[in-house]
Design a binder for this molecule. Structure first.
Ligand SMILES: [Zn+2]
Length: 241
């Protein structure tokens, strides 16, 4: 069954699937591609489904917008004034200030990513941004990890962190306990960062993906699957350099 949600001037089509697993509630999914699907208990009347989806309309539209933002972000960047870039899951506009008398610099100020550049060309802006991301990533990951490590009985001290730009991975942990993290992870929402850090910290106790490893992960972050699914949905977009 295909229905249409109306919210203000906007519409979104959705497919309804009957699910024998569900008892009372509807389950609403917004896919990273923007598609909306609804699972309903078998035999739910259409009017009830429409009402249930309508009640979540705002949440649904917010999610569709968010994924649309990520998609646009993945398109070719030109590092121009006003272009948006991600930091900890939020979008910030670039503000470019050209000043031949200063060195290249970058800061997050008043909700904008402000780049001061002597030339203002694409390469200069891209390098400033890359460098800023790496600095922020190292500072943020280090402080988050040492705070998390304090709560984990198998970690004596937070392991050293190395940054490495990778095409397919967010992080890894060597058998000797050195953690490597992708600086692009700093573009993801904080709870997704937390999931990756905890994942690597759990590898200090379990050097594999065994049931014991997942049990440990689940004990310290019961909602890790949601964070992982969100991050998987963003990977293609955020891993674009
Ligand atoms: Zn792993």
């Amino acid at each position: 069954m295909r229905l249409t949600l109306r919210y203000g001037a906007r519409t979104a089509e959705y497919d309804v699937h009957e699910s024998p697993r569900l008892t009372a509630k509807l389950r609403i999914h917004v896919e990273p591609g923007g598609a909306l699907t609804v699972e309903a208990p078998a035999g739910t009347p259409e009017v009830k489904i429409r009402a249930g989806v309508q009640k979540r309309a705002r949440w649904i539209m917010d999610h569709i917008d968010r994924f649309e933002g990520y998609r646009r972000h993945a398109l070719a960047r030109d590092y121009s004034n006003g272009e948006t870039h991600f930091y900890l899951g939020r979008r910030y506009k670039l503000k470019i200030i050209i000043d031949p008398s200063v060195k290249r610099s970058m800061r997050l100020v008043a909700g904008r990513l402000e780049v001061t550049s002597p030339k203002g060309d694409t390469t200069d802006i891209r390098l400033a941004l890359q460098r800023w991301y790496r600095e922020r990533a190292l500072a943020y990951f280090t402080s988050r990890m040492s705070r998390m490590a304090a709560d984990l009985p198998w970690v004596d001290a937070a392991p050293p962190i190395k940054l490495l730009t990778m095409k397919r991975y967010w992080g890894s942990c060597s058998p000797r306990g050195a953690v490597t993290l992708n600086p692009s992870l700093i573009k993801a929402p904080a709870h997704c960062v937390e999931y990756v850090l905890l994942h690597e910290l759990c590898h200090l106790a379990e050097h594999n993906h065994s049931p014991q490893f997942y049990a440990l992960l689940g004990r310290y972050m019961p909602e890790w699957r949601e964070a992982k699914a969100e991050l998987d949905g963003l990977a293609e977009m955020l891993l674009v350099a």
